[in-house]
Every structure is written in structure tokens, then in C-alpha cells.
Design a binder for this molecule. Structure first.
Ligand code: S6P
Ligand code: ZN
Length: 190
């Protein structure tokens, strides 16, 4: 496999878009159907316009542990019922692959979970550098009223396992309760 031969610079523009990007992901509510806690609110939100929840601008790299993939995520503000807009969330296919998140604008929570049931949430704002340790699934949630934008850096061979989260979900939900941001266990929310 050919490794990236030369060093180079990237930049993030005022709108949070990484330049130059080589691939873009756009996810709407319908692309993550079944992931929000309130199925009726989710169905209504999809019927009411199926909003774009987030976009990812990525500079792809060779699939090699020695490479680092860089990308920005623009997670839009919104709610499904009382649950804030969020990413699908994933484990890395190679579980031991860590990741770094760097908050650029807006505010949110980084929700983390491990397959032994451990879970936690790290608040993120501009300037926050969050270390996603090996073996932790991760999801971000926009708890503000502006786009929550962050940069991520991860190993070229990490891969993404979405299926485990699609089946099991996260143990923690991020909800608006009495006008406040509340991180609650899924059992407590039901
Ligand atoms: C990649 C990294 C992020 C997410 C992005 C979208 O390892 O964690 O770039 O891909 O925030 O989230 P998701 O869960 O749909 O990939
Ligand atoms: Zn990741």
C-alpha cells in the first residue's frame, strides 16, 4: 500500500468545512431511523421534512495504521421530541483505535460507551480537545442553537462499526428537560 508521500496543509473555513475535502457524508433523520428514543416524534419529524442532521467533510487517507484521517462534522441544531440532534455513533472496527475531537464552534456533548456497560459524557465547546480512548463507542450531540462543529483525527485503518450501536443504542441520552440540558440513562428516560 502506498503511503501519503508528502506533508501538506488543510484548513477549516468559517463555515466549518475542511479544505481540501475528498469525501462528504450527509445524514438526514431518515438515514438514522430507529435511533431516537421517541419513535412517534421521530416518524413525525421525518414526515415533516426529514431534516439534514449532520454533514461530514473528510480528507480520505490510505487504510493504514500509520496514516491519520482528518474530518470536520457540522451537526445542526434541532430536536426529535425532547432529544437533541445527534450523530449515529459508532465503535471503530478495530476497537483499539483511539480518536481526538477538537471543538470549533457551537456546543454539545460527546457521549461515550464501552461494551462492558460503562458510559460517560464530555461537554464540548470551542477549544475543547477530547480524547476518545481505545474501545469506546462515540456519538456527538448538539445541545445549542447553532451548528456544533468539531474536527476529528483518527487512524487510517480504524474503520467504522455502526451495527453494534444500531442494535444496542447508547446507555445515555441527551435531552432537554425544563429548558436545561440533561444527560440521563436510557432506563431513566423511559
Ligand atoms: C470518525 C469520527 C467522526 C464521525 C462523524 C459522524 O471516526 O468519529 O468523524 O464519523 O462525526 O458520526 P458517525 O457516527 O455518523 O460516523
Ligand atoms: Zn470515530
Amino acid at each position: 500500500m502506498e503511503l501519503t508521500p508528502n506533508s501538506f496543509a488543510m484548513s477549516v473555513d468559517a463555515g466549518g468545512i475542511l479544505e481540501p475535502w475528498t469525501s462528504k457524508i450527509e445524514r438526514r433523520l431518515s438515514d438514522m431511523a430507529g435511533m431516537y428514543a421517541d419513535p412517534d416524534a421521530e416518524r413525525d419529524a421525518i414526515a415533516a421534512g426529514d431534516a439534514v442532521v449532520y454533514e461530514v467533510y473528510q480528507h480520505d487517507m490510505p487504510n493504514h495504521a500509520g496514516e491519520l484521517v482528518v474530518c470536520t462534522t457540522l451537526l445542526y441544531p434541532g430536536k426529535v421530541g425532547d432529544e437533541f440532534f445527534m450523530t449515529k455513533g459508532h465503535y471503530h472496527e478495530i476497537r483499539e483505535r483511539a480518536e481526538v475531537y477538537y471543538g470549533l464552534s457551537g456546543e454539545g456533548q460527546l457521549v461515550l460507551a464501552k461494551d462492558d456497560g460503562a458510559a460517560e459524557a464530555i461537554p464540548m465547546r470551542p477549544g475543547t480537545v477530547a480524547y476518545v480512548a481505545p474501545c469506546w463507542a462515540h456519538r456527538t450531540v448538539n445541545t445549542g442553537s447553532e451548528p456544533f462543529v468539531f474536527l476529528a483525527v483518527y487512524h487510517g485503518d480504524a474503520g467504522h462499526d455502526y451495527g453494534t450501536i444500531e442494535t444496542e443504542g447508547f446507555p445515555l441520552l441527551v435531552l432537554e428537560r425544563d429548558g436545561e440540558v440533561a444527560v440521563v440513562s436510557r432506563q431513566e428516560a423511559q
